[in-house]
Ligand binder design. Structure first.
Ligand SMILES: Cc1cc2nc3c(=O)[nH]c(=O)nc-3n(C[C@H](O)[C@H](O)[C@H](O)COP(=O)(O)O)c2cc1C
Length: 230
């Protein structure tokens, strides 16, 4: 099959999405599209290079919103029916909200709109599915209560990106999620993959519900459900 896989900037279900992408890209022709936020967030979780690795070649491009202007020519392939399937996983509440209100001003929302016009089925995995609390994973984080303010800071010394502001925080826009800082800090003051509970807003859950009424769109609970709906 020829597939377009779009990522948005959600940390939730991100690793699971990359794992499914890797599996599909071994068997199918997959173009990967990244929203600006997806590009940043994939780097924060140390997953960007894994996505780059499955791409390369015609119809196996890595299409970055950050390198596009405003009209997203690559999504024209969807309106012309050149793909068999569009997958959006994981999908932020931001992107879901735009899609259900007919807004198509980003690479990913535009891809969904063009897929609809081209009669291409879309499989969408939203992160905000049901009301209530949900557990999610954080990227690297400086845990200040454990930080001993060493001089020099050993975590900062090993960071090739200059992302650590000693005694303060990690600049996530510079972080590439390599985890070197976690190993270097003698006081375990840098956490990676800490699990926190966040609350799903009713507004976002309602938007996800509206998505189920959109023609040509199937809403899936998790990335591992994708292969059962292809
Ligand atoms: C580390 C990190 C994790 C995030 N995880 C989520 C998430 O799980 N769900 C979500 O809706 N937004 C999440 N965001 C916020 C989105 O990236 C932000 O709303 C962005 O504007 C979405 O743009 P997009 O929908 O075009 O990708 C996260 C941001 C950061 C920095």
């Amino acid at each position: 099959m020829r597939i377009a896989w779009a990522f948005t900037g959600a940390g939730h279900l991100l690793l699971e999405s990359v794992e499914e992408l890797e599996e599909l890209a071994g068997k199918h022709e997959v173009t990967v599209m990244l929203s600006r936020a997806a590009e940043e967030v994939l780097k924060m979780y140390g997953l960007y290079e894994r996505v780059v690795k499955v791409t390369g070649g015609y119809y196996r491009e890595l299409a970055l919103e950050s390198e596009q202007e405003f009209s997203f020519p690559i999504t024209g392939r969807l309106s012309m029916g050149r793909y068999d399937l569009l997958i959006v996983s994981p999908t932020t509440s931001n992107t879901i909200s735009k899609v259900v209100h007919g807004i198509a001003d980003t690479l990913v929302t535009n891809a969904v709109a063009q897929a609809g016009k081209g009669g291409i089925k879309s499989l969408i995995v939203p992160v905000d599915l049901e009301a209530g609390d949900v557990e999610t994973v954080l990227p690297s984080k400086l845990e200040l209560e454990r930080c001993e303010n060493c001089e020099p800071c050993q975590a900062a010394a090993v960071c090739s990106q200059g992302a650590i502001i000693p005694g303060t925080e990690i600049n996530l826009l510079k972080c590439v999620g390599c985890g070197d800082c976690q190993a270097a800090c003698p006081f375990n003051a840098v956490s990676g993959g800490r699990v926190i509970t966040i609350h799903m807003r009713q507004l976002d859950v309602d938007n996800t519900h509206k998505l189920t009424h959109l023609e040509g769109v199937s809403v899936l609970r998790q990335p591992s459900d994708i292969k059962n709906h292809m």
